[in-house]
Design a protein around this ligand. Structure first.
Ligand SMILES: NC(=O)CC[C@H](N)C(=O)O
Length: 213
């Protein structure tokens, strides 16, 4: 595992401040990277995301991240997608039928429903799907969601949630992991899961770095 500082991708697609607050509370070292040349040489990459699939995809392409992320993953860099960040890792989304996803996690992102309130904004319980070394059994944890679309579940789905039908709340392939909920907005349970996922990915604590610089 390539241990190192977290590269937090800043492509003006929201939820950065709350994510930085969570990383600060967890005492994890990170850099906010607006462009690929600001990425760290090792360590996990975090792809946040709030908003529309196609707008986020366009913003990532314009900044050079869209082309680079598959290369970094192929080199063994761990990648964590959060909310829209997870959806962008999939093969595509019904939110943007003409735009493909990164395809780093198989499956399609489909609209929630029918017959349920959309967007799903609030707390949902997650349940264990397939065990994974990055995360513990969620033990009925409640996590915070804000979404209208969700990745269809697979045999590898780690955590499942239900909103009219089961969907993948957390999915992984290799060193690529994605959360549909916002762990940084899900209280102590969310912080704990974020810490588990990033520790598994080799994120370094701030304390491991030079005391002063
Ligand atoms: N909170 C969001 O940005 C949601 C992502 C996506 N647009 C969805 O509705 O599922």
């Amino acid at each position: 595992m390539s241990a190192g500082r977290i590269t937090l991708i800043d492509y003006e697609a929201g939820n950065l401040a709350s994510l930085e607050g969570a990383l600060d509370r967890l005492g994890l070292a990170y850099v906010r990277a607006a462009s690929p040349d600001q990425a760290t040489a090792s360590g996990p990459i975090v792809l946040p995301g709030v908003g529309h699939f196609e707008a986020a995809r366009k913003s990532l392409r314009e900044r050079g991240w869209w082309q680079l992320l598959p290369e970094l993953v192929a080199e063994g860099r761990p990648l964590l997608g959060i909310c829209l960040g997870l959806q962008l890792l999939a093969e595509g989304s019904e939110e943007a039928p003409r735009a493909s996803g990164l395809g780093l996690i198989p499956g399609l992102v489909r609209r929630l429903g029918p017959g349920v309130k959309v967007p799903n904004m609030g707390w949902c319980q997650v349940r264990q799907g397939s065990a994974h070394p990055a995360l513990p059994d969620p033990d009925g944890a409640w996590l915070y969601f804000v979404h209208s679309y969700a990745l269809e579940p697979s045999a590898e789905t780690i955590y499942l949630a239900d909103h009219g039908r089961p969907f993948a709340a957390v999915e992984a392939r290799g060193k690529v992991l994605g959360f549909q909920p916002h762990p940084e907005k899900s209280g102590p349970a969310g912080l704990g899961l974020l810490q588990s996922a990033l520790a598994w990915m080799g994120a370094l604590p701030v304390s491991s770095e030079a005391p002063c610089n």
